[in-house]
Design a binder for this molecule. Structure first.
Ligand code: ZN
Length: 126
């Protein structure tokens, strides 16, 4: 049970922080690549003569796809930043909805989690 977890040790917290920081580096790299692709697509679209319907359709699809990827990367980055802030202010590991401990095993598997499994499940089924 989550409530019977031992308190976080300094080593465990450092491991979580390391994990979040490397995730942040990866997410930032992903976002950079995606945004560069998106810039390229927008530039190509601007230069297009518009006489090829198939190409136009493909580039709109590509642009939407890249925009979704960029939004996902930004979301992920925000979540990582948020988790790092919570590590700094000592609120890390507490469910943001009910205030119960999230549970070490869950956090070690998903360091960005801000909700306990109960609240997370409830949110997903809403
Ligand atoms: Zn909760």
């Amino acid at each position: 049970m989550a409530s019977t977890d031992a308190p976080w040790t300094a080593t465990e917290l450092r491991e979580i922080r390391d994990e979040l920081q490397s995730e942040r580096a990866r997410a930032m790299a992903d976002l950079e690549i995606t945004e560069a692709d998106l810039q390229g697509l927008l530039r190509d679209a601007g230069e297009g003569t518009g006489d090829d319907q198939a190409d136009a359709g493909a580039s709109i699809f590509g642009r939407e796809y890249e925009m979704t990827l960029a939004a996902n990367s930004r979301d992920k980055l925000n979540q990582i930043e948020h988790a790092l802030e919570r590590l700094d202010d000592g609120s890390y590991g507490v469910c943001e909805s009910c205030g119960n401990p999230i549970g070490k095993i869950r956090l070690q598997a998903a360091p960005r989690a801000t909700l306990c499994l109960t609240c997370k499940t409830r949110q997903e089924h809403r």
